[in-house]
Design a binder for this molecule. Structure first.
Ligand SMILES: [Zn+2]
Length: 104
């Protein structure tokens, strides 16, 4: 069976975006969201299919919340000593525990 379309090697066409005339074989099909939208554009107006426009087309399962969460570390310090030192000798010791500050 013969080919149903002519080769079109001398055909001219108009870019669907800028309107300039080009050889038909120089125009490319525009694809948006993986679909050919039947628009022929010149090389300057053509852009590849943007993957960011494909959001929602593919299932993504990336949960962030934890079921029955716990604190990071169960052995957090209950008291802490803070040494305040002058340039020559120890000046004071401050003990800090829950709700209590002791200065010695
Ligand atoms: Zn164009």
């Amino acid at each position: 069976m013969a080919n149903r379309f002519a080769s079109g090697k001398h055909a001219i066409a108009i870019c669907d975006i800028c309107g300039w005339t080009f050889k038909r074989k120089e125009l490319r099909e525009l694809v948006i969201k993986t679909k050919n939208i039947n628009i022929l554009v010149c090389a300057q107006d053509w852009s590849p299919d943007q993957p960011q426009l494909q959001l929602g087309m593919y299932p993504v399962d990336d949960p962030q919340a934890l079921r029955n969460p716990r604190p990071d570390s169960p052995s957090y310090p209950t008291s802490r000593e803070l040494w305040i030192q002058s340039t020559s000798s120890v000046y004071a010791v401050v003990q800090v525990s829950r709700g209590t500050v002791t200065l010695t």
